[in-house]
Ligand binder design. Structure first.
Ligand code: HEC
Length: 111
């Protein structure tokens, strides 16, 4: 009984610290690669964000229109409009887990 409680507590602790590690990593990746366009707050109100037409990810409508698969694809393979690159592909630098964590990070901008 005691051992079980101990194991359960340890499990929760490991899960929590893993979750935090991913969240911290996502924030670092976001600040390194994405913030210059999408902004620290996700509004895309930076110089480069405005130039490229980054949307406001605090807007629930923008969030609703974005599908997880499309977000993952955009981060992995980049975004182009009329042959002009709006966002470069990050698939070479970021793992699938990191990309998923970034999508979750961007979801949290929703107001
Ligand atoms: C050079 C500017 C730029 C950088 C840097 C950039 N993006 Fe984007 N991103 C854009 C633009 C422009 C769009 C298209 C408009 C929009 O959906 O906001 C876009 C779209 C997206 C979308 C929406 C895709 C969809 O289907 O709606 C996601 C998710 C995204 N970016 C995530 C990221 C992440 C994560 C990073 C960093 C790894 C990043 N972006 C870096 C400019 C950029």
């Amino acid at each position: 009984m005691k051992l079980k409680t101990l194991l359960a507590t340890a499990g929760v602790f490991v899960a929590l610290s893993l979750g935090n590690a991913f969240a911290a990593e996502a924030q670092q990746n976001y600040e390194k690669h994405c913030m210059k366009c999408h902004g620290k707050d996700g509004k895309g109100a930076t110089k480069m964000g405005r130039q490229n037409g980054a949307k406001d990810y605090t807007d629930p409508k923008v969030q609703a229109e974005m599908k997880d698969e499309d977000a993952i694809k955009a981060i992995r393979s980049g975004m182009k409009e009329n042959g002009k690159e709006k966002m470069k592909p990050y698939g070479g630098e970021l793992s699938d887990e990191e990309i998923r964590a970034l999508v979750a990070y961007m979801r949290a901008f929703k107001k």
